[in-house]
Write a protein that binds this ligand. Structure first.
Ligand SMILES: CC(C)(COP(=O)(O)OP(=O)(O)OC[C@H]1O[C@@H](n2cnc3c(N)ncnc32)[C@H](O)[C@@H]1OP(=O)(O)O)[C@@H](O)C(=O)NCCC(=O)NCCS
Length: 178
């Protein structure tokens, strides 16, 4: 049930995302794309070492890179791996500044969750820092719950989030306030 190989690229979306192609890849087999993702990380989040990323990915049998590409250029991505059977850790992700606010990150997340569910995963976990507020808000909107806070060695809080994957991937409606 689990772990069929990543599927090839498939174009989706019209409207705001016309011309953007989304593709699931094994990041260790797609070094050109992985390099572009690391460059995006550097631009959007700060220093990121390709060698460290590769080393982490090599520790995991199942890893999944989802890229949004315009022509050959990666404009957004989500990268993660199976943390343990049926639990996926969505580790890194970013969207190019020029593409922000057009729904790339939301679409990446929807496709990633759909794919993980189809692969037999039951939960997806992620972590983010307070300062990445848009990512935090998007995670909450897409059905993640805050499940913990880890203190980093530099004193920065790292928020831990988790989402149960179900057939209906829409987040449960919020209960009305009292
Ligand atoms: C966070 C990030 C991935 C969002 O990418 P994006 O493609 O712009 O996001 P989307 O357009 O899909 O919008 C997602 C949500 O962001 C918010 N958002 C979008 N445009 C916004 C804007 N101009 N101002 C404020 N919030 C905005 C909305 O909540 C939106 O939700 P909606 O779909 O219900 O409208 C991107 O800003 C980024 O790469 N930031 C830097 C790196 C980062 O934070 N990485 C995550 C580290 S854990």
């Amino acid at each position: 049930m689990l772990y069929s190989p990543p599927c090839a690229g498939f174009p989706v979306d019209k409207g705001k995302l016309a011309g953007v192609e989304f593709a699931f890849l094994d990041p260790l087999q797609a070094r050109q794309e992985l390099l572009q993702c690391v460059q995006l990380c550097r631009q959007r989040m700060g220093p990121t070492r390709l060698s460290k990323v590769i080393k982490t990915l090599q520790l995991h049998r199942y890893r999944l890179l989802l890229v949004a590409r315009e022509q050959e250029t990666v404009v957004g991505f989500k990268l993660g791996f199976a943390e343990r059977p049926k639990i996926f850790h969505s580790w890194l992700g970013a969207v190019a500044e020029a593409w922000e606010g057009r729904g790339v990150a939301r679409r990446l997340m929807e496709l990633q969750h759909q794919h993980l569910f189809e692969q037999g995963f039951t939960r997806v976990r992620t972590g983010t820092r307070n300062r990445f507020r848009r990512m935090l808000i998007l995670n909450l909107k897409c059905g993640f719950d805050l499940v913990g806070i880890k203190q980093r060695s530099n004193g920065e809080a790292h928020l831990q989030l988790e989402k149960r994957l179900t057939r209906n991937l829409e987040p449960a409606p919020e209960s009305p306030s009292p």
